[in-house]
Design a protein around this ligand. Structure first.
Ligand SMILES: Cc1cc2nc3c(=O)[nH]c(=O)nc-3n(C[C@H](O)[C@H](O)[C@H](O)COP(=O)(O)O)c2cc1C
Ligand code: SF4
Ligand code: SF4
Length: 264
């Protein structure tokens, strides 16, 4: 089988899971490659691939806006097989986002093999203090094992996506609230920069949607943030803060993620 995995990843968790799953497929004799959706472009192998996988984080109990937009721009799939593999800080309400994505893909004409959600370190620094390196590495290792196991089963249609429970559907309203009432991409992120900033411009270069402009040597944030937390988590000086007190919090990036690769 020729498998193409599209992914979005703010702090590297979903990228790592996409890479491990691709490696798992290769070990079974398949051809597999990963493609970031940040440029919004289809992979040159889009049509020839026999299976399309979609890997991304759960944001506010739903699909990240950037991935949802990408899915809507996909050409008709005419029965092509697909799967979903999500990462999240916890796997509570895991069917909710899987079903949200499944519906979009099925409308495009995909045949859904199945999907799962894997727990990884929580990147939402606004609310949580990201785990220190040793704890994060432990959780990433467990997630890598889960991704490898997923690659062994998904081509035979396991795990299936379960129906969303009633309580999950209630949580769906929270997602709609964040997206349409709070409009977090406009009012978000409420980041500020402190005097540790050395004007390296890394934050502006790595923002997946070019939402950061350097003004007078300091970052300023625009109004189309995806809330991916990449800028605040990866700033080498820890100079980006939220308004809710992030000075003393850890910063997190998935250990395999390299800033230079994001810039390139
Ligand atoms: C804005 C935002 C919202 C999030 N919302 C949820 C959520 O609703 N449920 C959850 O389990 N994790 C949530 N998370 C945690 C991420 O899903 C998790 O850390 C994920 O692995 C990050 O993947 P990435 O490194 O590929 O971006 C959220 C993270 C961010 C940044
Ligand atoms: S990455 Fe950090 S140090 Fe570099 S310009 Fe941005 S805020 Fe300043
Ligand atoms: S401004 Fe920061 S949080 Fe928003 S999309 Fe860019 S890197 Fe992500």
């Amino acid at each position: 089988m020729n498998i193409l995995i599209y992914y979005f990843s703010g702090t590297g968790n979903s990228k790592r899971i996409a890479d491990v799953a691709a490696e798992g497929f290769k070990q079974q004799g398949h051809s597999a490659q990963v493609k970031s959706i940040e440029d919004g472009q289809l992979d040159p192998q889009h049509l020839s691939a026999e299976i399309h996988g979609f890997v991304f984080p759960v944001y506010f109990w739903g699909i990240p806006r950037i991935m949802e937009k990408f899915m809507h721009t996909l050409p008709p799939a005419s029965g092509k097989k697909s799967f979903l593999l999500l990462t999240a800080g916890n796997v509570y309400a895991k069917s909710l986002t899987l079903n949200q994505a499944r519906k979009i893909l099925e409308k495009k004409g995909y045949a859904m093999l199945g999907g799962d959600t894997i727990a990884m370190p929580d990147s939402f620094i606004v609310v949580y203090d990201p785990p220190p390196v040793d704890k994060a590495t432990f959780k990433v290792k467990a997630a890598e094992g889960a991704a490898a196991a997923f690659a062994k089963k998904i081509l035979s249609g396991e795990p299936k996506i379960q129906k969303s429970s009633f309580s999950e559907i209630i949580m769906r309203f929270m997602y709609v609230f964040y997206r349409t009432v709070i409009k977090f991409h406009i009012f978000w992120p409420g980041f500020r920069v402190d005097n540790k900033c050395n004007s390296c411009e890394i934050c502006a270069k790595i923002c997946p949607v070019k939402n950061i402009q350097m003004v007078g040597g300091k970052p300023t944030w625009g109004k189309h943030c995806e809330a991916c937390m990449r800028c605040i988590q990866l700033c080498p000086q820890k100079a980006i803060q939220t308004y809710f007190g992030s000075e003393k919090k850890n910063r997190y990036k998935e250990p395999h993620l390299e800033i230079k690769d994001l810039i390139n």
